[in-house]
Design a protein around this ligand. Structure first.
Ligand code: MG
Ligand code: MG
Length: 595
């Protein structure tokens, strides 16, 4: 299907918006009146710019407060409309959006509304323009799609149809099945937006908190299925009012937007990218660091052994159980920074995984980083993390490494339990949609975590058996402090033994305040001495109906720390309840470290 996006959904000047929409592969745009008013270009120049970019102008919006008003007001409205129709002709736009009136002088009279809209459509038809009438959720007398359709039907004018907007329909809890009673050729336009499910005034909700389909809690795909059954063949168009998008770089937002429409089409059963290839495990996590020494000491204390070295590059493989950490000192590294830069995902079909990623607009990386390397399919996640799709057979990336002599690793750590990736400010919803759509992972609910200096949002994505878990987190404000670091959580069957060996080997555990343990004693029953052990080692504890989670943290190196984690097999959490204590402890540790 053709795809379109409203210029109001993107940031920047009109030219920047149009360029971003075209680059992301949209077929057309809705031009929002304020974007046109603020543009230095004449309507003809905008039209030419769109044509150069391969974009059609699918809609001009909006005309407001037109219908069911006193006669003298309506006469003024028609004059205003004529100006706009002349402008639209210069712009090359053939459909205008008319929102249901919010004017206090509007009267509750469907026959009058139908008469006025019919007169407006007469005038529009003289210009070759169609009028799409949309019920705003907060319209004064017309606020539901079926009501707007009854008025359009009563007017019976060929140049008058309705515009459906998923936000206005689903935000009011209207039943979208009634859409199928509208003839498809009378649905002149379809605007799509999702939104989280909060309780707030619907106008505020609409103007500030809409998001792209799949990023909120509304069943947009279900609504689209109803619309398609009517025979509607216009574009799927995104109209998203969101304060964050208004501040974000338009190019990235446009890509995020089009990815959401590609996913929506898959979910609505229209068309879609190649089927997802869900990863089956972590092959490795790769850390970049300017100085391998502190990491080597930490990994050694955790019981890892340096088992192999890359044949051509300064990259060491550290291994314990099935947990594999690459330490790379060769790549260009920010001065401050040890960071988690790449993730190897075990995939039953690496080439298929890469094809889906590419179809969903993920930047594809070169298959070889150096001429001698084994070829690997890889893409970049929105936060810049490189995701490698590694086959499940031996060889592959491991063939680039040569075994080195080493003492045996400990046996405390079994595998990587999860990776926590901090997302750039403004890109949290994009990251969740990316991991869900590109990797076929399931997204869990977003949780808010209080930090001493703000609020963190966290959302986990995982595969069905939990062998791949990624926690996506973002702070409430742009920040570059190292507390909001990435981490690698290592699964162990005995966190007490693992923490002891780490501490006894000189590893720095994150100290946890005594008050936390007093509270734990009040919340849960423990065996004799159990809590004292946790207190001694800084082990945090959580329990739900599925079992317990015990975990502790190392100090942070650059932008990365490690977690030792013992989960009862049915426990699917990440210790969100303990996160405020952990964050406060990390802030305190950072302060004591003098930076
Ligand atoms: Mg709308
Ligand atoms: Mg964690």
């Amino acid at each position: 299907m053709r795809t379109s996006i409203a210029t109001v959904s993107l940031s920047g000047s009109l030219t920047e918006k149009l360029t971003a929409a075209a680059r992301a592969g949209f077929d057309g745009v809705e031009i929002f009146e304020n974007d046109l008013l603020a543009a230095p270009l004449a309507p003809e120049e905008i039209r030419a710019r769109c044509a150069d970019l391969g974009l059609t102008v699918d809609l001009y919006q909006p005309l407001r407060d037109i219908e069911a008003v006193p006669a003298e007001v309506f006469a003024r409205n028609l004059r205003r409309a004529r100006h706009k129709f002349e402008l639209m002709r210069r712009l090359g736009a053939d459909t205008v959006l008319v929102c249901s009136s919010v004017d206090p002088s509007a009267v509750d009279d469907d026959a009058l509304a139908a008469g006025h809209l019919s007169e407006l459509a007469d005038l529009a038809a003289d210009f070759g323009i169609r009028v799409a009438y949309e019920a705003l959720a907060w319209g004064r007398h017309v606020s539901t799609y079926d009501h707007a359709w009854r008025i359009v039907e009563a007017a019976g004018h060929p140049a008058l149809g309705t515009c459906l907007d998923s936000f206005h329909i689903l935000s009011r809890g209207c039943d979208p099945r009634g859409i199928e009673d509208i003839p498809g050729e009378k649905i002149f336009f379809l605007q799509l937006a999702d939104a989280p499910l909060p309780a707030m005034d619907v106008l505020q909700w609409s103007r500030h908190h809409r998001c792209f389909p799949g990023q909120g809690g509304l069943d947009v795909a279900g609504l689209v299925r109803h619309v398609l059954r009517t025979g509607y063949d216009g574009p799927l168009s995104l109209e998203v009012f969101n304060d964050v998008f208004r501040q974000s770089e338009a190019g990235a937002t446009a890509v995020d937007a089009r990815r959401s429409l590609l996913m929506l089409q898959e979910e609505a059963g229209v068309a879609g990218p190649p089927a997802p290839v869900v990863p089956t495990g972590f092959a490795f996590a790769e850390l970049l660091t300017p100085d391998a020494e502190p990491l080597a000491a930490l990994l050694g204390a955790l019981g890892f052994a340096r088992t192999a070295r890359h044949r051509g590059k300064p990259v060491d493989l550290w291994q314990q159980g099935e947990a594999r950490i690459l330490v790379n000192t060769g790549a260009a590294v920010r001065r401050d920074g040890t960071r988690l830069a790449a993730v190897g995902l075990e995939s039953p079909d690496p080439a298929g995984a890469a094809r889906r990623a590419e179809a969903l607009l993920a930047p594809v990386l070169p298959r070889r980083r150096a001429p001698g390397d084994a070829p690997l399919d890889a893409v970049a996640a929105p936060d810049g993390t490189e995701l490698f799709f590694c086959g499940t057979r031996p060889g592959g990336w491991r063939a680039d490494f040569e075994d080195v002599e080493h003492a045996p690793a400990a046996t405390d750590v079994r595998h990587i339990d999860h990776l926590a990736l901090t997302q750039p400010w403004h890109h949290f919803d994009e990251a969740a949609l990316f991991h869900r759509s590109v990797l076929g992972l399931r997204a869990e609910d977003s949780v808010d975590v209080a930090d001493p200096y703000g609020l963190l949002r966290s959302r986990a994505v995982s595969n069905a058996d939990g062998s791949v878990r990624i926690a996506l987190t973002v702070g409430a404000a742009p920040t570059d402090d190292t507390v909001h670091a990435q981490h690698i959580a290592l699964a162990t069957d005995d966190v007490v033994a693992a923490a002891r060996r780490f501490r006894d080997a000189g590893g720095p555990l994150l100290p946890i305040p005594a008050n936390y343990y007093d509270d734990l004693a009040a919340r849960h029953a423990f065996a004799d001495g159990e809590l004292d052990t946790y207190r001694e080692l800084g082990i945090l504890y959580d329990r739900d109906e599925h079992g317990a989670l015990r975990h502790c943290y190392t100090r942070t190196i650059g932008g990365v720390f490690f977690e030792l984690l013992q989960r009862d097999s049915a426990h699917r959490g990440y210790g969100a309840r303990n996160a405020p204590v952990r964050l406060a402890a990390q802030h305190a540790a950072q302060t004591h470290a003098g930076g």
